[in-house]
Ligand binder design. Structure first.
Ligand code: SAH
Ligand code: MG
Length: 199
């Protein structure tokens, strides 16, 4: 049953240009969640619920709160989550993640929304992370744009990629947090507090 819904979502995403997570990074992330026994997840950027559903299916004790600002996508996500009977474990919030205040702590925060806001998302939600938790950032390579920044001619794109590069530098030079970068899918960063996580 899940497989059919997931396949339908992949087709829908393709036809409607919804930037859902790439298959290889999705698998990588699910393995990471299992290996680290992650149970409470905050996702920023639900889109149609594809990554939330995949993450929830890793273990039946996983609970996810996911934020989406686009109403049409939010409605689509609700439908998909219901189809999978996961509405008790995945709670959706309709709104801009930068204008919300969330209580509670999460084992993992998955940042997968507006690329120019990653640093703001990080700073806003780091207080909602348990001490030995992880922040995962998707699309850290941004389809090769990060590597080819100098060749970008479009001003808006340049500005956007510039912000993503600043975020990457922030992660690399951080005294408090350690980050590992993975060349999987569109690039993933995994960040955790120094001294809190056994490697
Ligand atoms: N995680 C999803 C894909 C998310 S695509 C998956 O892999 O299945 C990015 C989504 O983030 C878009 O749907 C966009 O509307 C949403 N988004 C962008 N900026 C946001 C913000 N500030 N607050 C909430 N949602 C945001
Ligand atoms: Mg993504």
């Amino acid at each position: 049953m899940y497989n059919d819904v997931i396949k339908e979502m992949e087709k829908y995403a393709e036809e409607n240009s919804v930037p859902i997570m790439q298959k290889r990074s999705m698998t990588f992330l699910c393995k990471f969640i299992k290996k680290n026994n992650i149970k409470r997840i905050l996702e920023i950027g639900t889109a149609i619920g594809y990554s939330a559903i995949n993450m929830a299916l890793v273990d039946e004790n996983i609970e996810i709160v996911s934020i989406e600002r686009d109403q049409d996508k939010y409605i689509e996500a609700i439908k998909n989550i219901k189809k999978c009977n996961l509405d008790k474990r995945i709670s959706l919030i309709l709104g801009d993640a930068l204008n919300l205040e969330l209580e509670g702590k999460y084992d993992m925060i998955f940042i997968d929304a507006a690329k120019g806001q990653y640093l703001n998302f990080f700073n806003k939600y780091k207080e909602n992370l348990v001490d030995d938790g992880f922040v995962i950032s998707d699309n850290i390579e941004f389809h090769g744009h990060v590597e080819n920044y100098d060749k970008i001619e479009n001003r808006n794109l340049r500005q956007l990629v510039g912000k993503l590069i600043k975020y990457i530098e922030f992660l690399k030079e951080n005294d408090e947090y350690e980050t590992k970068f993975y060349k999987v899918g569109d690039g993933l960063a995994i960040t955790y507090k120094k001294g809190e996580v056994d490697e």
